[in-house]
Design a protein around this ligand. Structure first.
Ligand SMILES: [Zn+2]
Length: 414
């Protein structure tokens, strides 16, 4: 193995050690007693249950990190990449088709080896804590639809990337970038209309107190709500959520039925106000722009990577090709991407604070949002006081305690 190989090996081991280390730390430092801000809203039994769930999930994550590292190293050291390449060349002709078969075969291998963990997570772990509501029929149907989507979206995308790098010369990375930016933009339009409805059933929120409360709030702050939908999240999980999707006329607020069940109209207005805060601060658009920049950097790095023979030799690949390069590049990119994702997660937590702040000032009922957050945390069996490193590494939202703290500090000011 050459220097490139050793660098990657070290990076992969370091990343796994970091993930496992932080997970172990959060297991060891898990709080034993109910945090102060939850004292009057959670029973000891509920608290112990959420702690046990978080611990079980963390242990599964630790296993998954180590298991995946071992799988990857075994595949690499047993010359998996050149062997798979030879096999593909033996069954199909032509660079483009060979590339697609090679990449889909790798994805399929990864999927099959990780499937037992996924099944365990849904049907054993989540089931044990009463969170799972998915039946085998729904699960298999989702799996089939997911694979269909990967084919419909993945084949053109990969075919375009392979073709550009094979035949567009120096400007290939720019062409790839332009193509993916086009695809992301198209997805924004297609996703709420055709993709989300494949998985969730949207029905209009029925007339009543809740609808009136949301519409009243929307009118007060002069926000065109568009459609308010309820989605059947309860078919899969008892976890609750709400989201906005689409732009302009396509915009719709979707509330999970599990959320509608639990929250009072005032609390729900708090949640909707938080989502409106994301919209007012243009978080969706900002997020899309940073995703696009991220992709541009990635394609540019890929173009540099493909010219380096040494990378291929590190994986015992004698005949470099764009498609093998693409697969190897994704391995090299993983450790680097962890660093980038730390930045993106920090930005995301900042956006969440801005959205909370907007909800606090625009509803004038900050305590309703605090109550909603408490109920959500209890329903979803969230970690109430996660370890700070766990937050830095994985949290897209600030911990619930911090969010409630912000709300209380604001309501004290008034
Ligand atoms: Zn949010």
């Amino acid at each position: 193995m050459n220097t490139y190989g050793w660098i990657l090996l070290t990076a992969l081991v370091v990343v796994t050690l970091l993930e496992v280390g932080v997970a172990l730390l959060s297991l060891l430092r898990a709080p034993q007693s109910i945090p102060e801000f939850f004292q009057d809203s959670i029973t000891q039994e509920e608290f112990s249950k959420s702690q046990a769930y978080v611990a079980a999930q963390t242990r599964l994550d630790i296993f998954s990190h180590i298991y995946n590292l071992i799988l990857l190293l075994a595949f690499w050291m047993l010359s998996g990449f050149p062997l798979l390449d030879q096999w593909v060349k033996g069954i199909v002709e032509g660079q483009l088709v060979q590339g697609l078969v090679f990449l889909f075969a790798l994805m399929a291998l990864n999927y099959v080896f990780n499937l037992p963990l996924e099944l365990y997570r849904t049907f054993v772990l989540e089931e044990k804590f009463g969170l799972n509501r998915t039946t085998w029929q729904t699960y298999l149907a989702d799996m089939a639809k997911g694979m269909g989507l990967v084919m419909v979206l993945g084949i053109p995308l990969l075919a375009a990337i392979l073709s550009f790098f094979n035949w567009a010369g120096e400007l290939a990375w720019l062409a790839c970038w332009a193509f993916s930016v086009g695809m992301i933009s198209l997805l924004q339009y297609v996703s709420p209309r055709w993709i989300l409805p494949l998985f969730l059933k949207f029905s209009p929120l029925e007339e009543g107190e809740l609808r009136q409360a949301i519409l009243g709030y929307a009118e007060e702050i002069n926000f065109p709500v568009g459609e308010i939908s309820v989605v059947d999240g309860s078919r899969r999980s008892s976890k609750a959520n709400a989201f906005f999707s689409g732009f302009g006329k396509n915009r719709r607020i979707a509330l999970f039925d599990t959320l509608v069940e639990k929250l009072t109209p005032d609390e729900m207005v708090g949640v909707v106000a938080h989502e409106v805060g994301h919209d007012r601060h243009k978080h969706l658009i900002k997020g899309m722009i940073s995703a696009m920049i991220h992709m541009g950097v990635m394609f540019w790095l890929l173009s540099l990577f493909l010219t380096q023979q040494g990378f291929f030799q590190a994986f015992f690949v004698e005949q470099p090709s764009v498609y093998v390069g693409l697969a190897l590049f994704s391995l090299f990119f993983t450790p680097l991407d962890l660093l980038i994702s730390l930045l993106f997660k920090a930005i995301s937590r900042h956006y969440e604070r801005e959205a909370d702040q907007f909800a606090i000032t625009s509803t004038k009922k900050p305590l309703a949002l605090a109550n909603a957050l408490k109920k959500l945390a209890i329903t979803n069996l969230s970690q109430l006081t996660p370890h700070p490193w766990q937050v830095t590494l994985h949290y897209s939202h600030p911990p619930v305690g911090e969010r409630i703290g912000l709300i209380l500090a604001n309501s004290a000011k008034e």
